[in-house]
Ligand binder design. Structure first.
Ligand code: C2E
Ligand code: MG
Ligand code: MG
Length: 544
């Protein structure tokens, strides 16, 4: 009618759309109508009414007989009765499917389909809103730029479906860490970003960042395979590192690259002072980063002797750091830091090359060095480059693989990441023997020992220390030797300090011994002397 109310609806409406005619009859589009229209459509209708002209594409919502919402779209032409305007006549259609699709398209344009997170485009809008709030309230906030470290490897080796699952898993974990009001978005590929309104001091930000790093680094199971990735995170702070979105994102992105350069699986701040204040060992970390370059790293070598003859049958390379201020640092004071920061990968590579170079140098002097063991951390085993590093170090110094041994700790095997198993197999394949260090301190089981291609066990010093008096340690050591032998493994005892320990271990059938009794870790020059003495007369006499 002339007021814009439905006076007639053809019966087909119900048949075709499930909307009853009664839902429309008598209703218009005013304030108190159950038929809802958008404001601009109401304006068009009111204009049509005032000027008695046609209207087009008015879309309104109405409930169907089963309660679901339908979207109807109508047109109207002015209807005249003997020249008098009496209302409109027109047709309508149910456009529900189209409207739903339109809304979905709108969503697709703003959200990432894989993870359901805001995409880059929408994130920039959200960041803009956050910036406005921060400017008004004179508040700061932090932006964490997150890049996964081994995503490409997973995608390439396990397939894209696995890659997708990994991204969803990481998303779930990151979401769990967020607080109300924080934003997590996926910028694309393996890049995520978190915006959090928080105290922006170094401690707080470090805590948040390390939680994010830890969440990404937790192993996960994809298709029955254990997979582990890590994240490198860059932190930018508003307004300190950037007063607009662009600058802030660039600052955090730049810091992310620093985290990558520091060995991955870590975070870095855009602001250097913040970094220094944030982590009390940051300067040590910074120094450690340059230690190899500045020639501050050294390897010391500790002999391993045959338990029966006392002859030097092997040695272990142990890392030392000649710090310009703190003096000679033992691994206990920096290995953990190196592992946390990812620097261990570079240090380990250095140690590997150095040990090979030393073996070659001894050879060139006419000495016949026994095999040298190098310690390898978990992080190195998780890096696929280890096998290539070992291969090229051996090749570069023209050494047979049997001259190099790799020591891994028991806990590393327990972590049981897919890569470490593959890497260990590949090393074995190369001809490099593997020994299991610090045995007895972890929680490995026989099943684990059988699964990995190990050829020797090193009984941890803590058991050897109790010999010969502690009944328990004696029992454990004896059992370990028997068990190892039954698995075809050689046994080395660590930390042998007294002749009594030596005697007992020999009686138990332990194959090789290492400890202060036979020689402390010493620099290459001193070991050289030992080796040349050994060539002339076996040092068994020194021991007895
Ligand atoms: P580890 O591989 O179990 O090395 C044996 C440790 O026991 C060495 O400590 C050695 O000096 C010490 N030791 C040997 N005989 C005796 C003894 O009779 N009495 C006593 N009290 N101690 C003895 P160090 O050199 O301080 O190294 C500690 C740990 O640091 C090593 O334990 C190893 O896990 C790690 N490490 C050393 N160098 C490297 C390296 O190049 N890379 C990695 N990833 N870790 C390393
Ligand atoms: Mg060792
Ligand atoms: Mg050990």
């Amino acid at each position: 009618d002339a007021e814009g109310r439905f006076t007639f609806v053809s019966e087909e409406l119900l048949e075709r759309t499930d909307v009853a005619c009664e839902a429309l009859l008598g209703f218009g589009f005013g304030d108190d109508s159950p038929l809802s229209v958008e404001l601009h459509e109401l304006t068009q209708l009111q204009k049509a009414q005032a000027e008695r002209v046609p209207f087009r594409h008015i879309t309104f919502d109405v409930r169907g007989a089963d309660g679901t919402m339908h979207h109807m779209r109508i047109n109207g032409e002015p209807a005249l009765d003997g020249g008098d305007f009496v209302g409109w006549r027109g047709v309508g259609s149910d456009v529900t499917a189209a409207v739903v699709a339109e809304r979905r398209i709108g969503e697709l344009a703003r959200f990432d389909t894989l993870t359901g997170l805001p995409n880059r485009h929408h994130f920039l809008e959200l960041l803009e809103r956050q910036l406005q709030r921060a400017r008004q309230g004179d508040r700061s906030f932090a932006l964490f730029f997150i890049d996964l470290d081994r995503f490409k490897w997973v995608n390439d080796n396990l397939g894209h479906a696995a890659g997708d699952q990994l991204l969803r898993t990481v998303t779930r974990r990151l979401l769990r860490l967020l607080r109300e009001g924080d934003v997590l978005a996926r910028l694309g590929g393996d890049e995520f970003v978190v915006v959090a309104e928080t105290l922006c001091d170094g401690d707080t930000l470090s805590k948040i960042a390390s939680r994010l790093v830890a969440a990404a680094a937790e192993p996960m199971t994809i298709d029955g395979q254990r997979v582990q990735v890590s994240a490198s995170i860059g932190v930018g702070v508003y307004p300190h590192d950037g007063a607009d979105g662009d600058t802030l994102l660039r600052a955090a992105d730049h810091a992310m690259y620093q985290a990558k350069a520091a060995g991955k699986n870590t975070f870095a701040f855009h602001t250097r002072e913040l970094s220094q204040r944030a982590r009390h060992h940051f300067s040590l970390e910074g120094d450690l980063r340059l230690a190899a370059e500045h020639g501050q790293l050294v390897l010391h070598y500790q002999p391993q002797v045959n338990a029966m003859t006392g002859e030097i049958v092997g040695m272990e390379a142990l890392l030392r750091w000649r710090h310009p201020e703190h003096g000679l640092l033992m691994p206990a004071s920096f290995i953990e830091l190196a592992e946390e920061s990812g620097l261990i990968v570079g240090l380990g590579r250095w140690a590997l090359n150095q040990a090979c170079a030393q073996l070659a140098a001894w050879r060139a002097m006419g000495l016949e060095p026994p095999p040298c063991a190098v310690n390898v951390s978990r992080r190195q085993l998780e890096d696929e480059s280890l096998v290539d590093d070992v291969r090229s170090a051996l090749a570069q110094h023209a050494l047979e693989p049997r001259l190099l041994r790799v020591e891994v700790t028991e806990n590393l095997l327990m972590a049981d990441t897919m890569t470490s198993q593959v890497v260990l197999e590949a090393l074995k394949e190369l001809g490099v023997e593997l020994s299991l260090d610090d045995f007895g301190t972890g929680h490995s089981s026989l099943a684990y020992l059988k699964r990995f291609p190990i050829s020797e066990l090193k009984i941890d010093r803590s058991f050897v220390m109790g010999l010969p008096d502690s009944v328990e340690d004696v029992a454990i050591t004896r059992a370990v030797v028997a068990m190892a032998h039954s698995l075809g493994l050689k046994v080395v005892a660590e930390g042998v300090e007294t002749p009594a320990q030596h005697q007992m271990l020999r009686l138990m059938g332990c194959d090789e011994l290492q400890g202060h009794l036979f020689g402390r870790p010493t620099d290459a020059l001193e070991l050289e002397t030992l080796l040349s003495v050994g060539r002339d007369a076996p040092p068994a006499a020194n021991v007895a």
